[in-house]
Design a protein around this ligand. Structure first.
Ligand code: MCA
Ligand code: AMP
Length: 510
């Protein structure tokens, strides 16, 4: 019989022989590898008992907890499709995702149950459960009567494992469909490339509704059979407490900026650490250098996307080269990366162009958007990342990729992606607004901050605080502009397109 391509089965192949060893430590409790098997087994039994059809989506918007991780693993084990949602999303945003994905089951925090039930009903979702950060809720109650010995279902490599929504330039989010193969192949490659070891201890402080925290970090530790210190979010005091017992940490650049802003973050605190990894947004060279000076350690920067998981990485193994600040390193083994001009001809090192990629990690397409999927792939199967880069920039060897910008209109704030179009559509619909432009400006903590430039209708006076208050009702807080500015008109080019570069220049010193 062919082997099981189920991602959980693959991850479990890395669990240690001694299943009583600690797999997850939180400030309150520890969980063994046995606990991972039984807790995920019990939840998978529940999913199976509901007789959800193969490929059914399980949408989850819950606070980070060990049980939330078990629910993810249970979904994989039951052969269903995991659909994580950022806890910051407001009901209007969640409604879009549920209507689009038509999940068979939704799991939410009990404080959101009332509105979630309403949305689930509209989306035709039959099963709604609650899971709170402490592990309590109707999911735990329902799972309690289930057996914990679950036979992980057989999956084929191309079966869907997860759908991750990523916003689109049109303002409409797209669900990137990731298969068991996409995720397993990437986990395997990273295990070797980053030298994961069973005696590693991962300091896990990232949210688990995105690729970075859910896949890159968790899969790495699980496949290595390494312990995770599991914290609900970045908290510098807690990080300083746990770093001396950790060997690996992953974060978006803001995590490193915040650690460096604290004088207690010293070389001593990091003396047990083997590897600091940064990604999801550009790491400023000044942060990279300040980190080296403070700790004597060199951050490893890597690059990826929701659609592709990880694509390139600076080397861990010094025999492959140095880690060079300002670059995102080498294409990972098995991943092909090319830089092309507008006619899609490959460019030599040193020339800037569009970054395109191929590999077993690249997704199969956007959920129910065949047209959009076709647009994002070339005829010969390369995925257009929307990032602009060059090989051999930043005085690096020609094999290193440098990301120099984006052709997509995207802001990355504290590692979260914000698509200006989505915010502009909401602002433009407010009374008294003629039009708006949303831009990203440099921000010392978040890397980029969202700023809105709003043109009132003739004769109208608008109030920035009121605009912000109404945006907060319908948009996740990280998308809400940090500032609103008013202008008489937006500068446009001869094609009528708003000149965002000019606006970014004008507001860059905010
Ligand atoms: C929180 N706020 C933010 C952000 N986070 N505003 C802008 N950008 C943000 N990222 C809001 C808060 O709601 C609050 O608003 C105010 O800003 C200040 O919040 P603060 O307490 O400073 O925030 P925090 O709770 O400490 O969170 C900041 C954070 C967090 C720790 C940087 O955003 C975070 O964990 N980011 C990681 C994102 C991530 O995992 N990205 C991976 C995507 P108010 O004052 O109104 O209440 S995966 C990916 O990109 C790919 C594929 C890849 O390559 O990895
Ligand atoms: P998402 O798919 O929404 O998680 O965001 C993916 C995008 O994040 C990429 O297309 C890049 O624009 C950006 N990104 C991720 N890692 C890096 C990095 N190390 N440097 C620059 N941009 C990055």
């Amino acid at each position: 019989m062919e082997g099981n391509a189920n991602l959980y089965a693959f991850l479990a192949s890395g669990f240690p022989q001694d299943r009583s060893a600690v797999a997850i430590e939180t400030p309150e409790q520890t969980y063994s590898w046995n606990d991972i098997e039984t807790m995920s087994g019990r939840l998978a039994s529940l999913l199976q008992a509901l007789s959800l059809p193969p490929g059914a989506r399980v949408a989850v918007q819950v606070e980070k907890s060990p049980t939330a991780l078990m629910l993810y693993l249970a979904t994989l084990r039951a052969g269903l499709v995991y659909l994580p949602l950022n806890t910051a999303y407001r009901s209007a945003e969640v409604e879009y995702f549920l209507t689009d994905a038509e999940p068979a089951m939704v799991v939410c925090d009990s404080k959101n149950l009332e509105w979630m039930e309403g949305i689930a009903k509209k989306a035709g979702t039959p099963h709604v459960y609650t899971l709170d950060q402490d592990g309590n809720g109707s999911l735990a109650v329902a799972a309690a009567s289930q057996g914990d010995d679950f036979q992980t279902v057989q999956s084929k490599p191309d079966d869907l494992a997860a759908i991750l929504y990523t916003s689109g330039t049109t303002g409409r989010s797209k669900g990137a469909m990731l298969s068991h193969r996409n995720l397993s192949s990437n986990a395997q490659v990273l295990k070797t490339f980053w030298g994961w070891r069973s005696d590693d201890v991962l300091l896990h402080m990232l949210p688990i509704f995105h690729v970075h925290g859910l896949f890159v970090a968790s899969h790495g530790a699980l496949l290595a059979g390494a312990k995770m210190i599991w914290l609900p979010r970045l908290n510098v005091d807690q990080a300083l407490h746990y770093l001396p017992q950790s060997t690996v940490m992953m974060g978006v650049p803001t995590y490193y900026v915040r650690l460096l802003a604290d004088d207690r973050f010293t070389r001593d605190v990091c003396s047990n650490m083997r590897l600091f990894i940064s990604g999801s947004a550009p790491l400023l060279t000044e942060t990279f250098q300040a980190f080296q000076t403070r700790t004597g350690m060199t951050i490893l920067e890597r690059y990826g996307m929701s659609e592709t998981v990880m694509l390139t990485s600076n080397p861990y193994d010094a025999s492959l080269g140095e880690r060079i600040g300002g670059t995102v390193g080498l294409p990972l083994p098995g991943v092909s990366v090319r830089v092309v001009d507008e006619q899609e001809n490959s460019l030599p090192a040193g020339e800037i162009g569009n970054v395109q990629v191929q590999g077993p990690n690249v997704f199969s397409g956007y959920w129910r958007m065949p047209e959009k999927t076709r647009e994002e792939f070339t005829a010969d199967g390369w995925f257009r990342t929307g990032d602009v880069g060059q090989f051999g920039g930043a005085n690096a060897p020609d094999s290193y990729l440098t990301i120099v910008g984006r052709s997509k209109d995207l802001i990355i704030s504290g590692g979260y992606n914000v698509y200006p179009k989505e915010i502009e559509l909401v602002i433009d619909a407010l009374p008294g607004v003629d039009e708006s432009a949303v831009i990203g400006v440099p921000h010392p903590d978040f890397g980029e901050a969202v700023v809105a430039v709003v043109v009132p209708k003739p004769g109208q006076t608008l109030d920035a605080d009121r605009i912000l208050a109404s945006l907060k009702d319908s948009l996740a807080n990280f998308k809400v502009p940090k500032r609103v500015h008013f202008a008489d008109a937006l500068v446009r080019n001869t094609m009528g397109k708003v000149q965002k570069n000019a606006l970014r220049e004008q507001y860059k010193d905010l």
